[in-house]
Ligand binder design. Structure first.
Ligand code: ADP
Ligand code: MG
Length: 283
């Protein structure tokens, strides 16, 4: 008999991760975390400093392996060393500091670095670099030096470097936190458009306006999942502040309006929706 199981793209099963401190003590960074993520999702991963977000990100692309439990990417366990290469290719990561991620001075060389390293043929590298630059809206910068770019442009190049590896999953670990509002917006719109093309995006962020762009928000607190739901559900839970996070301005405003007698179903996360609902109730 043959059973087929519907497998999610990412399966995190009862995962714990400890950093050993060498003196016999350990930091329990993640404690029995379980969730799954479907292909093509746009997930925000939030939580205060030290809640375990970066640790989780590194477990998802096989940089770390769990002390307990399992992480499966397309059914491949990160614990099995023969899967490591495949998993790193599938799940690309962009980090916080735009200045620490360039390996070459010239932008196109930087993007070509990953595919060159895994022996992609020359013609295909050119093709990959072109399409990656196009996807992040940086084609005209290809032969320039990275040092003159803005932070947001550097992060778009870092994303292009990941895209050149043809990933299925893009993990952004606070990749917008050092950027100005325009840089943030550009990086988020690139992430959104890649997601629309089928790439799963996991955006680690403190910024709840960014989290509102996701389909799903997972909040970590002290190494455990505190809440997991749609942005509206999570923002309406009344618990965000307790998790060290701040409601986006539009949601705060809707909460204040509720206190003055306006009625919304939970908090509102979208400005247009807030205006429409207020106008309807003023009639
Ligand atoms: P976040 O990304 O949410 O800020 P981290 O995953 O970086 O959280 O950290 C989770 C916990 O693990 C924190 O208590 C942090 O101090 C600890 N930690 C992170 N990296 C290390 C490390 N290299 N050695 C020891 N403890 C660490
Ligand atoms: Mg972190």
């Amino acid at each position: 008999m043959c059973y087929t199981f519907a497998m999610s793209q990412i399966e995190v099963k009862n995962v714990s991760y400890n950093y050993s401190l060498g003196d016999g003590h350990a930091v329990k960074a993640l404690k029995g975390v379980s969730f799954s993520i479907e292909k093509g999702s746009f997930v925000a991963l939030a939580g205060m400093n030290g809640s375990g977000k970066s640790t989780l990100a590194k477990l998802l692309n096989g940089l770390f392996v769990p002390n307990e439990g399992d992480v499966l990417i397309d059914g491949l366990s990160t614990k099995d060393e023969k899967n490591t290469f495949e998993i790193r290719k599938k799940a690309g990561m962009v980090f916080q500091n735009p200045d620490n991620q360039m390996v070459a001075t010239i932008i196109e060389d930087d993007i070509a670095f990953g595919p060159e390293n895994i022996g992609v043929p020359r013609d295909e590298i050119i093709e990959r670099v072109n399409s990656a630059l196009e996807a992040v809206g940086m084609s005209e910068f290809r032969d320039r030096s990275a040092s003159k770019l803005s932070g947001g442009q550097k992060q778009r190049i870092a994303i292009a470097g990941v895209l050149a590896m043809r990933p299925d999953i893009l993990i952004l670990d606070e990749s917008t936190s050092m950027l100005d509002p325009n840089g943030r917006k550009d990086v988020m719109s690139v992430a959104k458009s890649l997601n629309e093309q089928g790439i799963t995006v996991i955006n680690i962020t403190h910024n709840m306006e960014e989290a509102a762009l996701a389909d799903r928000v997972i909040v970590l607190r002290k190494g455990r999942i505190a809440i997991d739901g749609t942005p509206k559900e999570v923002f309406s839970s009344g618990m965000l502040e307790a998790y060290g996070l701040t409601l986006p301005p539009v949601s705060k405003l809707s909460r204040e309006l509720s206190e003055k007698g306006f009625r919304f179903d939970g908090v509102v996360i979208d400005e247009k929706e807030l205006v429409e609902k207020v106008c309807l109730q003023l009639k």
